[in-house]
Design a binder for this molecule. Sequence first.
Ligand code: 5GP
Length: 185
Amino acid sequence: MAQGKLFVISGPSGVGKGTICKRILETDPKARFSVSMTTRQPREGEVEAVDYFFVSRDRFEELLGKGGLLEYNVYNETYYGTPKAPVVQWIEEGCNVILEIDYHGAFQVRDAYPEAVLIFIMPPSIEELETRITGRGSESEESKKYRLAEALGEIAQAEQYDYIIVNDDLDAAVARVSEIMNKED
Ligand code: 5GP
């Protein structure tokens, strides 16, 4: 059986990456979503093993030490990483795996799997992004500031991606990602 492929989806916090991934997963039976591991606290409504595996720093560092993460990063004093085992298994099973991770992780994945396809989701404008980030009620002022600064740094990396998609229309953005996944399939 042909091996599956890796698709990395990045973009600044608040750009709507999660919604796009969710829509792809609902419609593409071959797509699988890599649930990341994090040491951040769950936000209201987030579900263990669906949104993230929420773990302690000790557990994260243990897995990292054992080589169990495909990539990882520290963001806002919090660890985020991709558990390796499910990704490797899905690829072997011929599924296409979506990783929703930041650019630090994306470039680590590209180093390990040069054939990975990197897709960057861009906000329609910086003002729009600011509104989306500051409108997220669950975040402290300090965290919002951090996220906005990180978002600008993230956007500066977009050109290194294989594809850039502007999310000014959700349906169109989903269709474009889907098209790329089928083309690269
Ligand atoms: P959030 O706290 O908003 O869920 O995520 C914060 C940032 O961490 C986002 O830019 C998100 O893309 C990134 N992120 C989430 N999971 C991972 C991961 O497994 N690895 C890396 N490198 N970044 C991640």
